[in-house]
Design a protein around this ligand. Structure first.
Ligand code: TGC
Ligand code: FAD
Length: 396
């Protein structure tokens, strides 16, 4: 039950029997996360968002549920699940709230993934089990005040001082930063080559000031990463890959999770609107009896069904290891846009009630504005697709 006494009655639509395409393990994973969200997130989420409170205490609970980096092999304390399972987990968590999914995406795809892919065996053993269990929270520092869509221009840099690296610069708009135990920081060496460094809280000269006054993702903590002559041990450099391609590989995994996640938010809005349209009476009829309401619901279900099929196919390609960046861009871009549209339409169906915290639409809508921008803006994904189609890049 939520503080307003409303029970979370969510049921996901499955108009094309897509469940038949899922394995028993997929359905089990989805059910367990859905139950977790109903118990641990739905009753509190409105109050967390109203107060702009990040529930740090939920992090170990998310870890216990296997939500962090489920695609990483069991030997590092994680789930060893496939990418469809990862997608379903992101869908269910974001059904609860995009901010909770942000915490999970960053931890799994942007912190554990680079350590798993590019880290030394020592780094994997040191960090992955603690990140999987939620004992540690991580963040990913790519964006800078002057380099957002164009991360290749970054000015954060490190110098080789013989027995350590000296890191200087700043990152901005970093999810989880204020509470993170470790940060994966992308910085240039003296030759201008981008590398990933693991920076730990407590290192002298490293601070993480929180970003306040957000109207979006209010249950997710966002902050800066400031490096003022931070001495980083040489053992903390990710040895496996350098260049902008390294963070962009991590983004492929996170953007894939977002394509699924936002459909959770969309389904939550559709489900609420469907229920409300049967209950609310105007002109002596349930508003669901009016053609204009039916049009909105029918179009929502159509877009949700198309996106479910898109996600399912993309999940298969991820598991086969052949999903391309532009295929992932198409799904991220399409699904965020339709989720936002569905949130707005569902809000309209609720009339004035739709602007209150008794219903999830306004919260999802405000959250999705961030999702439209982060992990590559809506227009950057269009340009990635444009480049794929024409062979000509139009970024600059
Ligand atoms: P470009 O020349 O295209 O690429 C640079 C180098 O990277 C290689 N590459 C890849 N390698 C592996 N995997 C991929 N997916 C790759 N994509 C590109 C590429 O081959 C090239 O290699 P090389 O050897 O030739 O140097 O780079 P560009 O500078 O032209 O920029 C391209 C662009 C604009 C698409 C890219 O920079 C971009 O995606 N910009 C958007 C930035 C972004 O998405 N930032 C996200 C920050 S993290 C975040 O938002 C987290 S929010 C988390 C949450 O709370 O959920
Ligand atoms: P800009 O790059 O300044 O873009 C502004 C506008 O210009 C956009 O509409 C964009 O599409 C457009 N534009 C830019 N270049 C072009 C072009 N070539 N052609 C056409 N249009 C263009 N970053 C991290 O590294 N880690 C995180 O954990 C993280 N978390 C975030 C959490 C939140 C809540 C938010 C809001 C952002 C987060 N980000 C994070 C940052 C996010 O990735 C950036 O905001 C995003 O990449 C866009 O950068 P920018 O905001 O600087 O916008």
């Amino acid at each position: 039950m939520s503080p307003s006494g409303k029970e979370d009655l969510f049921e996901s639509p499955d108009f094309y029997n897509i469940d038949e395409l899922l394995s028993d393990e997929h359905k089990l994973v989805r059910t367990s996360i859905r139950e977790f969200v109903k118990k641990e997130i739905s009753p509190h989420i409105d109050s967390w968002c109203q107060k702009a409170y990040f529930p740090n205490e939920i992090v170990p609970k998310l870890g216990k549920m296997g939500i962090f980096g489920p695609f990483i092999p069991l030997e590092y304390g994680d789930g060893g699940l496939d990418y469809t399972s990862y997608g379903l987990i992101m869908q269910e968590i974001e059904r609860g709230d995009s901010g909770m999914r942000s915490t999970a995406s960053v931890q799994g795809s942007l912190v554990m993934y680079p350590i798993f892919k590019f880290g030394s065996e020592e780094q994997k053993n040191k960090y992955l089990p603690k990140l999987a269990s939620g004992e540690f929270l991580g963040c990913f520092g790519l964006t800078e005040p002057d380099y957002g869509s164009n991360p290749g221009g970054m000015i954060t840099n490190f110098k080789d001082m013989g027995d350590h690296y000296l890191l200087n610069g700043a990152k901005m708009w970093i999810s989880n930063a204020p509470y993170a135990d470790i940060a994966i920081v992308w910085a240039k060496n003296e030759d201008g080559k981008i590398h990933g460094l693991i920076v730990e809280r407590g290192m002298e000269g490293f601070s993480t000031p929180e970003t306040h006054q957000k109207w979006s993702l209010r249950a997710s903590a966002t902050g800066e990463l400031v490096f003022d002559n931070v001495k980083v041990p040489k053992a903390n450099l990710l040895p496996g890959k350098s260049g902008l391609g390294a963070p962009l590989m991590c983004l492929d995994s996170a953007r894939y999770g977002i394509a699924w996640g936002v459909m959770g938010a969309a389904m939550d809005c559709y489900d609420a609107a469907k229920r409300y349209s049967r209950q609310r009476v105007q002109f002596d009829r349930p508003i669901g009896a009016f053609q204009l309401t039916q049009k909105k619901l029918a179009e929502m279900l159509t877009e949700i069904t198309k996106a479910q099929l898109l996600n399912w196919r993309l999940g298969k390609m991820m598991d086969e290891g052949n999903a391309t960046t532009s295929q992932i861009s198409l799904a991220k871009r399409n699904n965020v846009e339709i989720a936002l549209h569905i949130a707005r339409e569902a809000r309209q169906i609720h009339g004035a009630m739709g602007i209150t915290g008794d219903f999830p639409m306004m919260r999802h809508m405000a959250n999705l504005e961030s999702v439209l921008t982060y992990e590559g803006t809506h227009d950057i994904h269009l340009l990635i697709l444009g480049k794929e189609i024409t062979g000509i890049q139009a970024f600059y």
